[in-house]
Design a protein around this ligand. Structure first.
Ligand SMILES: NC(=O)c1ccc[n+]([C@@H]2O[C@H](COP(=O)([O-])OP(=O)(O)OC[C@H]3O[C@@H](n4cnc5c(N)ncnc54)[C@H](O)[C@@H]3O)[C@@H](O)[C@H]2O)c1
Length: 364
């Protein structure tokens, strides 16, 4: 790595790599994009040409072993996250893997432990965590200013149903797909996606909740509805946190292009409460002594900083920034979703989540 310029390889030349990561990294002075891998030669060539990436690989494992990169951004369909992230860490590379980190909790903790043992960075592509608003919520809640956390209420409604129908082109006008849209199967085939709204959207929402609270979920009960889809479209999840607080997360992917989305979280503590609206970019905090604070709202271009994750990863490798989407929090989200899907499949039965930190601490 030349000073301050980590060499980044991108794995996956599909929609999100070409919409977010490649443009973000190519236009960033703090990183060099040296390599790109994708088994789809057409997509590989199109993206490598568009973004002028020098080294191309059909097999991502050849990229990992090439000596051309210090870290990799993995932006491929969900079922491929775990094997590729594991192989990259085993090759001694820093890893940013897209959300959901992986589909099984055993895989999540294995990646966490592999990275820790090797002294490598492991980050997850939780875009909303890279905003000033998330940092503010984190500071207020983690510093205890609203007291002991009692309750979290979350709603995450978004426009994704056509992805779950395998009809991503319905959104071509909205996203403009600079090189390509996603493959039809990426979000629609449960063997590849691992689920619908949970794996694609609730992962963002619970990533935020667990990040700003610093807590983990100990018990989950969920109802989900697929309607006519092969994956879940609507999720209603209740949960208990490790301090005894209880929470809810409601989520639907059924909104249509042009409709306003709602993505809001409310955190209630013994000394006050904080209201976080991701899409308005606002946060207000009300304290039990009668005072309140308004956060200066995000500007429109700060609300969903698609460029921030891969740039933040380069900064992390270069030692310029902290990990704002650390793998341990993401692993707690994987545990949560695994339990939620299990609960929903059994008609809402409560599912307990074991505390992995005990097993992790006991390891030599
Ligand atoms: N953070 C965010 O806000 C955000 C937004 C959109 C997508 N994503 C995530 O980005 C990831 C990619 O999604 P997408 O919509 O770009 O998918 P996509 O369907 O465009 O697929 C990405 C690419 O991965 C390639 N691929 C498949 N298997 C591979 C393998 N084993 N090795 C290398 N490449 C392989 C495919 O050929 C395809 O070109 C997903 O995890 C998705 O959830 C994140």
């Amino acid at each position: 790595m030349s000073a301050g310029h980590p060499r980044i390889g991108v794995v996956g030349a599909g929609w999100w790599a070409t919409q977010a990561h490649l443009p973000a990294l190519k236009s960033y002075v703090g990183a060099d994009v040296t390599a790109l891998a994708d088994p789809d030669l057409h997509k590989l060539d199109a993206a490598a040409r568009q973004f002028n990436v020098p080294h191309r690989y059909e097999d991502p494992h050849e990229l990992f072993m090439s000596g051309n990169v210090d870290g990799v951004v993995i932006a491929v369909p969900h079922a491929h996250h775990y094997p590729l992230a594991k192989a990259a860490l085993d090759a001694g590379l820093h890893v940013m893997v897209e959300k959901p980190m992986v589909l099984q909790s055993t895989q999540a903790w294995e990646l966490v432990e592999t990275a820790e043992a090797a002294g490598l960075q492991l980050m997850v592509g939780y875009t909303y965590q890279f905003t000033r608003a998330a940092a503010h919520a984190f500071d207020v809640i983690r510093s205890g200013r609203i007291g002991e956390l009692l309750h979290v209420s979350g709603l995450f409604a978004s426009m994704v149903e056509s992805f779950y129908r395998g009809q991503p082109d319905d959104y071509a006008a909205v996203f403009q797909f600079p090189v390509t849209g996603p493959s039809a199967s990426t979000y629609a085939d449960p063997t590849i996606a691992g689920g619908g709204q949970g794996q694609t959207q609730v992962t963002h929402a619970m990533g935020m909740v667990l990040w700003v609270t610093g807590r983990r979920v100990t018990e989950v009960s969920a109802y989900m509805a697929n309607r006519d889809l092969a994956v879940d479209l609507v999720d209603a999840i209740t949960y208990r946190l490790d301090n005894g607080a209880v929470g809810t997360m409601g989520s639907t992917g059924s909104l249509r292009p042009g409709q306003p989305s709602q993505q809001e979280f409310r955190y209630y503590g013994s000394d006050g409460f904080l209201l976080q609206d991701l899409l308005a970019g606002t946060i207000e905090t009300h304290f039990n002594d009668g005072s309140s604070e308004q956060f200066e709202p995000l500007a429109p271009d700060e609300i969903f900083p698609a460029e921030a994750t891969s740039r933040g990863f380069a900064d992390l490798i270069a030692g310029r920034a902290e990990n704002l989407a650390p793998a341990v929090t993401a692993a707690h989200v994987v545990e949560f979703l695994e339990a939620a899907y299990l609960s929903a499949a059994s008609g809402g039965a409560p599912i307990e989540i074991a505390d992995r930190s005990v097993a992790r601490a006991a390891k030599p």
